[in-house]
Design a protein around this ligand. Structure first.
Ligand code: GCU
Length: 673
């Protein structure tokens, strides 16, 4: 079937020359559920790629795939370095054992064997030479987690892929087969945690019936190395009327959470912990009791610590009472707390200081809290990039953030290094991705949005990986192996996010989407109760100019970055053009490096965005011979919408800015559609 359900795990027949010559799977011992999952996947993959049914045996034969834990490697196989790979790492090796040519998957633990099996299948599927394998891989971050913003009524906040995949009504008794396929997809990338429910959480999720539902999911996911976490609402005990307050320093409250943690761990012995959105967008939190984020997080951490659970405490905070610059608030609140969080707390920070925009500079907290584990939060679901309707491959966005130099160390310190370091390896590390998964047949609402799930998982495994390489892997496994097709599809993916930036928010503009739903333009919106929800607050366009002055003359948000970086970005001439209006308010006739005025350049970007959207569609048409009819058409329909909406964005934005500036269209500009 070509409906997209199989994701990148399609395992289509390989040409004879590239087909693996596997003929048995060898495992010595009684396989655990995790090893069984590895064996099943290898059999499924071999069946699909070669048509052969691999038998399971204990004797090494020619063409065997040998799954071996450290200490049980077949004689003659070099396991050097295995010990350094941790629980989850693996080796893939072509070897000769007793005169037989075999492929060895070696790991320290069963989960490493499962990841190795997926690694081997990926190698086969992407055309790696299978008789000369010598691969070693281990994750650079410990917690690689999806955040589902799934509500208990199965609606999904910012979800564009149908209902929640969690069928709460039928759980815990009915366990949809789909949960296993979800687990396989995640395990194939190394994702090892999932937060089941929305950060805007409800007290009910922590009551017995819901804990039982979560426990049923945990049972299904466990063999795949995936732990379950829950979003906890800070005021839960108070709202359930089981305490008289939710003050984190009240002994009654701390005892309630300790008991609650004990209750959860009785049902889910490997429960991961809590994700908490507190004192943000109206959610309750410790500040309601004049306590700090540290008081709140550490109280929960103490309840989880005996069970090795963690608290992922979000830094996405901003309040209406501080209207000066929303971008500054997380840093202002969290930076002074560095070093004060309990050992099992991670502070989860969005990639940028506003909110998952098509482009933002990296969040100034990265590199600024050296004594606190910071966990990255990316948004896979594209709330501000055209939902599942527009093609926007997020690999380049993730890569841009991760490779940003915080300049917090001589010689450089990238955001990826900050994530990997977590207080010099002594504290947990991690990355979270707000999931784009739902009950849609494609899982993600569109074929190409699957690539964002894929790229997220691969970056969580290796934050120093490459967006292009991940796109190539994905396109080869998902669409076609023909190098011309892969090249064509990857080129489309690599230009797609910049197209969206150009037709929505070029040159550092941000948050211009229409209010509430965030789909479509709304730069004129100026009448919301909270000033920091109005697009006009972010672009500040008037007769004279446009942009948010975050230099010392303005909000001085720049002072939150390392001094050398702040100095560079405080001068518009040394600010990268793609961030220009994020940091500067400039006159319309400001001379850009191109020699054109800011106004002409801005309109030029909008025009380019439209041209790029059209280009995406033209390029897809060239892919027609390589792609099955159903997926071709389904992508094509969405590209038509994207072209239409790119025009809409461009025309509405340019016309609005003209109405403010009074300027005519620059010569050569595209006429409105
Ligand atoms: C965005 C999004 C909300 C979400 C919030 C968050 O503001 O629009 O729906 O709840 O982020 O990350 O908490």
């Amino acid at each position: 079937d070509e409906d997209g359900y199989e994701l990148w795990l399609r395992y289509r027949p390989l040409p004879q020359a590239h087909a693996p010559r596997w003929n048995t799977i060898v495992f010595d011992g009684a396989p655990s559920a995790t090893v069984r999952a590895a064996i099943d996947e290898l059999r499924r993959g071999a069946q699909g790629m070669t048509g052969k049914d691999l038998a399971l045996g204990t004797r090494v034969t020619d063409g065997a795939v040998v799954l071996a834990r450290a200490g049980k490697l077949p004689a003659g196989v070099d396991g050097a370095g295995l010990a350094d790979l941790g629980r989850e790492g693996y080796l893939l090796k072509s070897a000769t054992v007793a005169g037989k040519r075999v492929t060895v998957i070696a790991a320290n633990d069963d989960i490493g064997l499962l990841y190795g099996a997926f690694g081997l299948l990926r190698a086969a599927n992407t055309g790696k030479p299978l008789d000369r394998l010598d691969e070693r891989s281990a994750p650079k971050l410990q917690l690689r987690v999806l955040n589902h913003w799934d509500n208990l009524d199965r609606s999904v906040e910012r979800g564009y892929a149908g209902q929640s995949i969690w069928n709460w009504w039928e759980l815990p008794d009915v366990r949809d087969r789909r949960y296993v396929d979800y687990a396989r997809a995640n395990a194939s990338l190394g994702i090892n945690g999932t937060v089941l429910n929305n950060v805007n959480s409800k007290p009910e999720i922590l009551t017995a019936p819901w804990i039982a539902k979560a426990a049923a999911l945990a049972d299904v996911l466990r063999p795949y190395g995936i732990k379950v976490y829950l979003s906890a609402r800070f005021s839960t005990p108070l709202e359930l009327k089981e305490t008289k307050t939710a003050d984190p320093l009240s002994p009654e409250v701390a005892a309630w959470w300790r008991n609650k943690a004990d209750e959860i761990y009785r049902a889910i012995p490997d429960f991961g912990g809590f994700l908490v959105k507190a004192n943000s967008e109206g959610q309750p939190g410790p500040q309601d009791y004049h306590r700090t984020h540290v008081d709140g997080a550490n109280m929960l951490a103490a309840a989880l610590a005996p069970h090795n659970g963690v608290v992922m405490w979000r830094a996405f905070v901003y309040a209406a009472e501080k209207p000066d610059d929303r971008a500054k608030q997380a840093y202002d609140e969290f930076k002074p707390l560095d070093g004060k969080f309990a050992r099992n707390v991670l502070v989860q920070v969005k990639n940028g200081a506003i909110d998952f925009q098509p482009r933002e500079p990296f969040h100034p907290l990265f590199g600024a809290m050296p004594a606190t584990p910071l966990m990255m939060e990316f948004q896979i679901t594209k709330e501000y990039l055209g939902f599942a309707m527009h093609m926007a491959y997020l690999g380049p966005l993730f890569e841009e953030t991760l490779t940003s130099d915080t300049m917090r160390q001589p010689g450089g310190l990238t955001v990826a290094q900050v994530l990997e370091d977590a207080a010099h390896g002594k504290r947990p590390t991690g990355m979270a991705g707000v999931a784009n998964v739902g009950s849609s047949r494609t899982w993600s609402g569109s074929h190409f949005d699957q690539a964002n799930w894929y790229a997220y998982g691969r970056f969580a495994w290796d934050p120093q990986g490459s967006a292009r390489a991940f796109a190539e892997e994905w396109a080869t496994q998902t669409f076609a192996r023909d190098p011309k097709a892969v090249q064509g599809i990857v080129d489309m993916m690599m230009m797609s996010r910049e197209a969206v930036v150009n037709y929505m928010t070029p040159l550092g503009l941000h948050h211009l989407m229409d209010t509430g739903h965030h789909h479509g333009p709304g730069p004129w919106v100026d009448n919301l109760g909270r000033p920091d929800w109005n697009p006009t607050y972010y672009h500040k366009a008037d007769r004279q100019g446009i942009g948010f002055d975050r230099t010392a003359r303005g909000s001085n948000a720049l002072a939150q970055y390392a001094p050398a970086l702040a100095a560079r970005w405080s001068d518009p001439r040394t600010t990268p053009p793609e961030l220009l209006l994020w940091f500067h308010h400039l006159p319309w006739d400001y001379a850009m490096p191109s020699g054109r005025t800011l106004w002409a350049e801005l309109v030029g970007h909008y025009d380019r965005g439209v041209a790029q959207a059209e280009e995406l569609r033209t390029r897809w048409e060239r892919m027609k011979p390589f792609v099955d009819a159903r997926r071709y058409d389904e992508v094509r329909e969405r590209l038509d919408v994207q072209v239409k909406e790119a025009h809409w964005w461009r025309d509405a934005s340019v016309a609005y800015f003209q109405s403010v500036s009074g300027l005519a269209l620059p010569p050569g500009a595209r006429p409105p559609a």
